[in-house]
Design a protein around this ligand. Sequence first.
Ligand code: CA
Length: 370
Amino acid sequence: MKRRQILTNTAIGLTTGAILGACNQTTNNQANSTAQSSDLPNLKWRMVTSWPKSLDIIFGGAVMICDQVKEMSGGRFTIEPYAAGEIVPGLEVLDAVQNGTVECGHTASYYYIGKNPSLAFGTTMPFGLTAQQQNAWFEHGGGLETMHKLYSDFNIINFPAGNTGAQMGGWFKKQIKSVGDLQGLKMRIPGLGGKIMAQLGANVQVLPGGEIFLALDRGAIDAAEWVGPYDDLQLGLNKAASFYYYPGWWEPGATLELQVNLSQWQKLPREYQAMLKAAAAQANLTMLALYDGRNGEALQTLVSEGTQLMPFPVEIMQAAQKATSELYQEQGTQDATFGQIYQQWDQFRQQVRNWNSINELSFTSFVANG
Ligand code: CA
């Protein structure tokens, strides 16, 4: 069995075990577990995040990890989650974890493509994988090993710990009818999506979630994307712009992640490592379920309050797809690591897309048109 399968099985087994444990293992293992757990140290960690507390699903993913670890360790291992700006700014989580300011963080790898462009693969790629496909890439497509290798240069180990699902294309103050309408448009959009928008003529900016509303409302930017209806409503973005475009072709399934300082990770008892992995896996699943469960209702609210819902014109989708392919080729030429990862990732993308066009797309298309 490969190492990643053992890790995955351990994480799943531990989650299941935690549930079953309360029912039937207490008596048999009481003496043993008491003896073992008494050896486990009391630890207090801090977790910085890229999120404001008002975004209860995404910040809630970080809180869930901390709560689960506390619960599983019987209160011995506690982690305090901090909102963006409380200890470090929202886009400096990686730096804080790398240099040991804190032990761990909850963030998105694509905020840090300035340090290494390949970090984009850990979050989402324009015209890339859906949430389900992204998880398949991590677990069985070599993705997690790939990201671990990239992060070892930063003295960090990462675990997928949340997913937004396919995102919306964001908020625009004016209607966008053609690629020409993107010229000079000041837009908040991070990651490679931002690079492609820049190639299409936009003036791209990266702001943390908590700063988007004011920038859009005051006209410092003309357009902004964040996640989707539930979050965007929480941030009040509908009060700052009227036109809400879809789909978010640059983020078909964005993964958020737990980052742990590698030196701290290596010092952890194996039990605590397993707890962190299990808690991250649970957050990865639960966050996606919450977004899928709540976005539909939030979208209805937005439309009923006057938001104008619009698909991106086909001309823009096609131009963006072409620019994306060119960007991947160019990045691969400039950066050998990116090129190698892209080749492997692209093969996986083609295979999983072929499969999902048979099982998922055929079903979804049929019921959507029925
Ligand atoms: Ca986004």
